[in-house]
Design a protein around this ligand. Structure first.
Ligand code: DP6
Length: 343
């Protein structure tokens, strides 16, 4: 691999991924990509799915451009382009010109339906801002994280996090806030992996297609209501209400995806089999669990901790399920004193 960078302005940080209970899908027409959502979203930060990133700005040293090492291999060009967008904003704020050497690694396999861009860009925003000597509170980092990935702004906090859709409409408005800390309520996200193939249409493209669905308006009004219901369910630790709202919400996002032009159909037969298993566990078996699905075929099954081991066993028996990952509610990003993985 590339040689080690020479010493410069350097910092390392780690951040957990997140799973959305109310999904972000669709950006405002005037925006060219991430950062201007059409609806509020709410997520849970994940403890076991973490990205660790070191950023080193090297004043005066070659090469001229940023370097990205991702999971010990050269980062793909699209990922490097997104990273450079974030670093450009950091350089602009800090009055820096130096290129950066970025080393990033996930402690979870990519292409399992756990969003590495959320944890990756939250860790990058924190490490890059710290390396450049910029303020590093979550509020200071929201715009930086958003430059890389929409869902990353929710990984700037631990526990349960709301990303408000009124971003940009008030000068003082902070679009992201914590609803409750990780120790307020512990839930489990069991990720039923049915495929490891990279998705054909990335979320960044899908967000621009939402407008082409005739169901968008109905979904937006449903998502706004769902956000209020889910926020209250979290504060009340009301799992039953959370389950109903979360499943209906995921299905409504997929209805928009499936009716966009071109249509986005992320599900596989195994996806539906897992959804049906979850429904029957809950409705016939009285087991507290519910599903949600991102832009891919893998199913996130949210369960109460006491039910999670049994639910995991049931999911492992569904034909086509390759693996079930186990994630719990996690804390916010943090700076690392020395190199080494986040604990
Ligand atoms: C379906 O724009 O954050 O997961 O392109 O991977 O960075 P990337 O995704 P992003 O969109 C996330 C879409 C979603 C729902 C959600 O997490 O809210």
């Amino acid at each position: 691999m590339s040689r080690e960078p020479s010493p410069g302005l350097s910092a390392a940080a780690c951040a957990g991924s997140n799973i959305a209970f109310v999904k972000y899908w669709g950006v405002r027409k005037e925006s060219s990509g991430v950062g201007m959502p059409l609806n509020p979203s709410i997520s849970m930060t994940l403890r076991e799915a973490v990205t660790t990133t070191r950023v080193t700005f090297r004043p005066g040293g070659p090469p001229e451009r940023d370097t990205l090492v991702l999971n010990e291999s050269p980062g793909p060009p699209e990922a490097l382009a997104r990273v450079t967008r974030v670093l450009d904003e950091v350089r602009r704020r800090a009055g820096l010109r130096a290129p950066a050497y970025v080393m990033s690694s996930n402690n979870f396999p990519t292409s399992t339906g756990v969003a590495s861009s959320a944890s990756g860009f939250a860790a990058l925003a924190l490490a890059a801002a710290a390396a450049a000597g910029l303020p590093c509170s979550p509020q200071d980092l929201v715009d930086l994280a958003l430059t890389g990935s929409g869902s990353a702004c929710r990984s700037l906090y631990g526990g349960y996090v709301l990303w408000d859709a009124s971003f940009g409409q008030g000068a003082e408005a902070n679009p992201v806030r914590q609803i409750a800390a990780e120790d307020y309520w512990s839930l489990v996200d069991l990720v039923a992996v049915v495929s490891r193939e990279a998705k054909k249409v990335p979320s960044s493209q899908g967000h621009l297609l939402a407008w082409t669905s005739p169901f968008l308006e109905a979904r937006l009004s449903q998502a706004r209501t769902a956000a209020r219901i889910v926020e209250k369910a979290i504060l009340d630790r009301d799992f039953e209400t959370l389950c109903q709202a979360m499943e209906a919400e995921a299905l409504s996002m997929h209805a928009v995806m499936m009716t966009s032009k071109p249509a986005l159909l992320y599900w596989l037969p195994e996806t539906v089999a897992v959804m049906q298993k979850v429904r029957s566990l809950r409705e016939q078996g009285g087991v507290p669990c519910a599903f949600t699905i991102d832009a891919g075929p893998n199913v996130h099954v949210i369960a109460l901790p006491e039910a999670a081991p049994a639910v995991r066993k049931e999911l492992e028996q569904v034909p086509g399920v390759e693996e079930v990952l186990f994630c719990t509610t996690g804390g916010g990003p943090r700076l690392l004193e020395a190199d080494g993985p986040c604990k």
